[in-house]
Design a protein around this ligand. Structure first.
Ligand code: ATP
Ligand code: RIB
Length: 303
């Protein structure tokens, strides 16, 4: 049976221009193809989880505008429950301008708009849905106060919490012990615990710092090197699966959505990381954030 997952987070429309190189400050670069893609860390993770077999409720805030309407319509197509996506009467939907170079790397500037208005009351409104869920997945592209409330509520209801601490901001110390699994990339790990993660040893040291703060399980994503896991009993690295990279936008989001499904289904840690690595490796071979998220069969075939 499909496991119920609640994702709380941002929804953006990604305005993406491909280019041979990134502009320097003050430089104008004539780029290539322009695309509009559905994005936002929360929505990307919701879509990845839904395509991989989760029964997903997405809690978010969009504007009353074309971008918001289109975002909701796209999520519905992926069978995501959208009844807790609030439409903000004042603020516009979130937008991200993304410049994508020839090696699939990107720079991103986000105008959060209505994402910044996702409130404690909005989360409280979705309490019954959280009550029914196997776990809750949240990131940091919505107000920190709302993230904290989500985590507290999930704790009170006895639900596991996965925090993807992206984008990189410093967190209050008291929050860590309420988190079952934290999933930083190298930059986010540095921001949180001050360790430069570049190999197994430094990943292990950074993970230990998270465990010392009270997090129960740590996954550090390492881009094309894969993903590292550590808890009080285990530590290991699962190498990335090979991919011809087109666009890494949303790789971390696909990884997190996949990990949420794997854990909700009760996979063991090593199986869960393999599943998530595989899903993300398919994603980086395609353009777009949500557009690139694979379906369950694709991941199973590749595994
Ligand atoms: P992004 O911000 O681009 O969404 P991220 O920085 O949060 O991503 P990464 O650590 O770069 O996250 O990547 C997440 C996961 O995606 C990795 O753990 C790996 O499984 C997969 N991945 C990333 N880059 C590659 C690659 N070049 N080849 C194969 N898999 C990759
Ligand atoms: O993680 C990728 C996402 O970050 C993009 O879809 C963009 O909207 C920003 O939120």
């Amino acid at each position: 049976m499909n496991k119920k997952i609640v994702v709380v987070g941002s929804s953006n429309t990604d305005l993406v221009i491909q280019t041979s190189h990134f502009p320097a400050p003050g430089e104008t670069v004539i780029g290539g193809v322009f695309n509009t893609f559905a994005g936002g860390k929360g929505a990307n993770q919701a879509v990845a989880a839904a395509r991989l077999g989760g029964l997903v409720t997405f809690v978010a805030r969009v504007g009353i505008d074309g971008f918001g309407e289109k975002a909701i319509a796209g999520l519905k197509k992926d069978h995501i429950q959208t009844d807790y996506i609030y439409q903000d009467p004042v603020h516009p939907s979130g937008v991200a301008t993304i410049v994508l170079n020839e090696t699939g790397q990107n720079t991103i500037v986000v105008a959060p708009g209505s994402n910044n208005e996702l409130s404690v009351q909005d989360i409280e409104g979705a309490k019954n849905r959280i009550k029914e869920a196997e776990l809750v997945l949240v990131q940091l592209e919505v107000p920190l106060q709302t993230v904290k409330y989500t985590i507290d509520l999930a704790n009170d209801l006895g639900k596991k919490v996965i925090l993807n601490p992206a984008p990189a901001i410093k967190l209050p110390d008291g929050l860590y012990r309420k988190i079952d699994l934290i999933t930083p990339n190298e930059t986010e790990a540095f921001k949180q615990v001050g360790i430069v993660v570049e190999d197994f040893e430094s990943a292990s040291e950074a993970a230990t710092r998270f465990l010392d703060k009270g997090v129960k399980n740590v996954v550090i994503t390492l881009g094309d090197k894969g993903a590292f896991f550590k808890n009080s009993a285990l530590e290991f690295l699962v190498p990335a699966m090979e991919s011809v990279v087109k666009d890494t936008t949303g790789a971390g989001d696909i990884f997190n959505g996949a990990l949420a499904v794997a854990l909700a289904e009760g996979m063991r840690w090593n199986e869960a990381l393999e599943f998530a690595n595989c899903a993300a490796s398919i994603g980086v071979g395609r353009l777009g954030a949500q557009a690139s998220a694979p379906f369950r069969k694709e991941v199973e075939d590749r595994l």
